[in-house]
Design a protein around this ligand. Sequence first.
Ligand code: UDP
Length: 236
Amino acid sequence: MGSLGIHNCLGLAKAKNATLMIASTSEVYGDPQVHPQTEEYWGHVNPIGPRGVYDEAKRFQEAMVMAYHNFHGLDTRIVRIFNTYGPRMRLNDGRVLPAFIGQALRGEDLTIFGDGSQTRSFCYVDDLVEGIFRLLHTKYHLPVNIGNPDEITIKDFAEEIIKLTGTKQKIVYRELPENDPKQRQPDITRAKQLLGWEPKINRAEGLKRTYAYFKSLSPDELKEVDHYNFDKYIIK
Ligand code: UDP
């Protein structure tokens, strides 16, 4: 999907002489051995692991976009989006924030995968949108990281959610999915210099806004977890 789709989009953009921007991802860095991740880092992806199809499709997208830019002169942008959160995330998409908040609101224990020492850096959606908007209005064709460098372990993140929601539930530990990146933090020097951009909304404020949304959902809406099966992570 990601790789076939981009070829069609690039063909169309070329025919119409359009500008094309792709939403790439920090997943192009895989389980990174360079920290924080700068745009110069080529990444550390397992092509045949469970994340391989997604990660390699995004890498292929970047390769195709650069080739169309260099060969056909197409006007392109590449934004590498790091973990983002905010109101209206789907509860059941498996990502950690809706998982934890959904669990807290339903009175379930919070599921940490692995020992929780892996890190992520969460960017509030409004900051991300502003960064993307600014990049689109440049003529810069190389990839640009957009994310919030404020890094936190998943264990500490779970504690923050427990405090925020006031849940009396506990943390339970589940098996770490294969090839789960150990650490992730964007180096946003390029975005700062190029776009004069940096995140404005810190995690405390962003989580407050996001929690207000999830709290407004009805009990039925909060139950929408059926197609995500947490049992598969239970350590036997
Ligand atoms: N995670 C977790 N419990 C959950 C869902 C996710 O501990 O219920 C972990 C997951 O293993 C990963 C981190 O939280 O280490 C972020 O996961 P997410 O899927 O949100 O983002 P990604 O791994 O794509 O950065």
